[in-house]
Each structure stands twice: as C-alpha cells, then as structure tokens.
Design a protein around this ligand. Structure first.
Ligand SMILES: [Zn+2]
Length: 145
C-alpha cells in the first residue's frame, strides 16, 4: 500500500494534479452523468466524457505553469459565484442551527398565544395548569403546559 502511494506520488510529481478547476470539471462531469441517467440522452453523456477526459488530462499535464494560470483565471472569473455560494452555505448552516435550537426549545417550552392580544408566549413544559401574565398586555389567564 505504501509502495503504491509512493509510486502515485512519484507519478504525480511535476504534474498538475487536482486543483480547483479540475475539481469543478469533475463535479460537472458527475452531474452530467446523473443527467444522462435521468434523461437517457446522449448529449449530457458526451459532455460528461469530455469533462472527464479534460479533468484527467489536466491532472496529468506536465505543463504545470500553464495549468496554474488557467486555474487562477478560473478562480478569478468565478469569484462572484463562489462568494454567492459560500453565502448560501453560510445561510444554510444558520438555518440548520436555528432549526436545531427551535427543536430543542420546543421540547422544553410550551408555546401559545395570549388570548387577548395574540402575543406569542412560552412557558416551561410539564408544570400542569399555570397562571400566565401576558408580557405585552398583562392579561392574566390559565394555561395547561
Ligand atoms: Zn396579551
């Protein structure tokens, strides 16, 4: 296994290897493959093959500087899109964190509305019938939690 790794390292030495552009092209190829399976069309299949061959060719290319330049150009052109995506990723993580927190709180608290002003209120669960004073309009009512 180590011998294999060593040989791989030696093989890739002086070659471009996997960079951001190569990774993106590989992903595009995978998506196109998926499209091929869904649509049964030969166009995405051919495009996927082109992408795969291109990414492998890039990976093995010995013209490292030229590939490096291409990758830099690619990163520069996609900076806006990548920023947008990382923004989405950030939002998505926030959404997941909030959902988890809500779920945790819902196990601890009972949520209900004030009968007179509809203000959202909460109280710790499992206390039976409690007297609630609305934080907004100060209406007092009985709630089972
Ligand atoms: Zn109220």
């Amino acid at each position: 296994m180590n011998d294999f790794r060593y040989r791989m390292a030696k093989f890739f030495n002086g070659r471009t290897g996997v960079d951001a552009l190569g990774r993106t092209v590989t992903w595009v190829a995978l998506i196109l493959m998926l499209l091929t399976m869904i649509t049964h069309s030969s166009i995405p299949y051919l495009l996927a093959m082109v992408c795969l061959i291109y990414s492998i060719w890039r990976m093995l290319s010995k013209n490292y500087q030229k590939r490096y330049y291409e990758n830099a150009k690619f990163l520069e052109k996609t900076a806006g899109i990548r920023r947008h995506f990382s923004g989405l990723q950030y939002k998505f993580r926030g959404f997941v964190a909030r959902t988890k927190e809500n779920y945790r709180l819902r196990k601890i608290y009972a949520y209900f509305k004030c009968p007179s002003c509809k203000q959202k209120l909460r109280a710790p669960k499992g206390r039976g019938k409690i007297q609630v004073t609305c934080s907004k309009c100060h209406t007092v009512f009985i709630k089972k939690v």
